[in-house]
Design a protein around this ligand. Structure first.
Ligand SMILES: [Zn+2]
Length: 431
């Protein structure tokens, strides 16, 4: 009998503890955002410099552009180091039905190469480019390790630093990274092996093909997302000799063929419907009102996969596309949807996921101590202020908060919350 009473008491205590909100709690996103979004575009099909700059200025700046006033969305684009098609003029050795004349750092079709190079440099500096869309567009004999070394040397000399790599093309692009048969860039036996050089240069995140229909990965549990993920896992299992992991996360560690580790990330294409082409002309359907509402509700990440250059020519973006982009801008300005570059979102996600912290409380004093993180890919590290920017906590009302790393106080923003008996605090000022 006594044992049963103890058991019941213990269970009651567990339930009470579970129901009670902790006094200090780490928020999933920078306060007050509820979900996160980016446009993660591959540079294919962006064939001229005016097309590239006009679209990016419209998305990122606040200035007047040929498409209207800039939206001020801090999203990035991607770049190539070279396009073999432009260099050799041969198209027959590429498997795509339409030749891809996309611009690159070392080659251009209509524009001067130096103008393209200058724009790519500027955009990387400004954060308007944050991804390397593989090293470029190559035939199956066009790439080798020596080329990768030369590209990295140029990128280092010209301060082109990005930490996201997305595979490009079909099976002819052998320098892709990943586990599929044609993805030989991480196979040390292959002529196109470069994963070691590329990771030394600074690549931390890889997109090697995984797409999801889930709206808000790494978010709250949703039956719909769970069913979609299960179906995707089933399809993968049935149709291919190779499977991605379907864990509902926006990024997770994988081991490449050479034994090195990297974070794989997952992009969103559509809400399980007909618009299954990653072209910007489908944005209004792929990111329709329902999708945006669900994203905020599910409180997760959505990295929208597209090709901004795959449009119908000037003025590049359809009216419907611009309307939908305006809705994203509104959600961003209302501080419901956090919009940032792919790199920023992924770095935040990983730092947040592995954050190691403890709190010491005495009356109205709250001291949050950030400790070393132990990351399955990055190893042990002490997060820098830059990495911690945006990390937010819920704290008791009118607390006197300090957040420290190794006894060093970090800059914080304290947010009074008139509607409830708690407030919020964010590291590193405004995002
Ligand atoms: Zn591509």
């Amino acid at each position: 009998m006594a044992r049963n009473r103890f058991l019941i008491l213990f269970l009651l205590l567990v339930v009470v503890a579970a129901c009670q909100k902790k006094e200090v709690e780490l928020l999933r996103f920078p306060y007050p955002y509820q979900a996160a979004f980016t446009i993660c575009s591959d540079i294919d099909n962006t064939e001229t410099l005016p097309e590239f700059t006009t679209i990016q200025e419209y998305l990122c700046s606040h200035q007047q552009t040929a498409l209207g006033k800039g939206l001020g969305l801090p999203v990035g684009n991607s770049f190539w180091m070279d396009n073999q098609l432009l260099r050799t003029g041969r198209s027959q050795d590429f498997s795509q039905p339409n030749p891809d004349y996309g611009i690159s750092y070392n080659s251009a079709l209509e524009d001067s190469s130096s103008a393209v190079r200058q724009t790519i440099k500027e955009f990387v500096q400004k954060g308007w480019i944050d991804c390397l869309h593989s090293y470029g567009h190559f035939s199956n004999t066009g790439f080798n390790r020596k080329l990768a070394k030369d590209f990295v040397q140029t990128m280092q000399q010209d301060s082109l630093f990005v930490d996201v790599f997305s595979d490009h093309g079909g099976t002819e692009n052998l320098h892709s990274l990943g586990h599929r048969k044609h993805q030989l860039g991480d196979n040390p036996e292959a002529e196109v092996y470069h994963a070691d050089i590329t990771q030394d240069y600074g690549i931390k995140f890889l997109w090697d093909g995984q797409l999801s229909h889930s709206i808000g990965l790494s978010g709250d549990f949703s039956c719909e997302n769970f069913l979609k993920t299960s179906l995707e896992a089933g399809q993968d299992w049935l149709n291919s000799a190779f499977s991605y992991q379907h864990n509902g996360e926006v990024a997770y560690p994988i081991t490449l063929d050479d034994g090195s580790k990297i974070y794989r990330f997952v992009r969103y294409l559509n809400d399980r419907s007909h618009y299954d082409t990653a072209d910007i002309n489908f944005l209004d359907e792929q990111l329709n009102d329902k999708v945006l509402q669900k994203l905020v509700k599910n409180r997760g990440y959505l990295l929208y996969y597209t090709h901004l250059g795959a449009n119908s020519g000037f003025p590049y973006l359809k009216e419907e596309t611009k309307q939908q982009l305006h809705k994203i801008k509104d959600l961003y300005e209302q501080k419901k949807l956090w919009v940032a570059s792919t790199s920023k979102l992924l770095n935040y996600f990983v730092v947040h996921k592995n954050l190691n912290w403890q709190v010491i409380m005495a009356s109205d004093q709250v001291r949050i101590e950030i400790e070393k993180s132990n990351d399955p890919v990055w190893g042990e590290y002490l997060p820098s202020l830059q990495q911690l920017q945006g990390i937010s906590f819920r704290v008791p009302k009118n607390s006197k908060v300090e957040i420290v790393v190794k006894n060093q106080k970090l800059p914080i923003n304290y947010h009074q919350n008139a509607l409830a008996d708690y407030d919020f605090v964010t590291i590193g000022g405004e995002l």
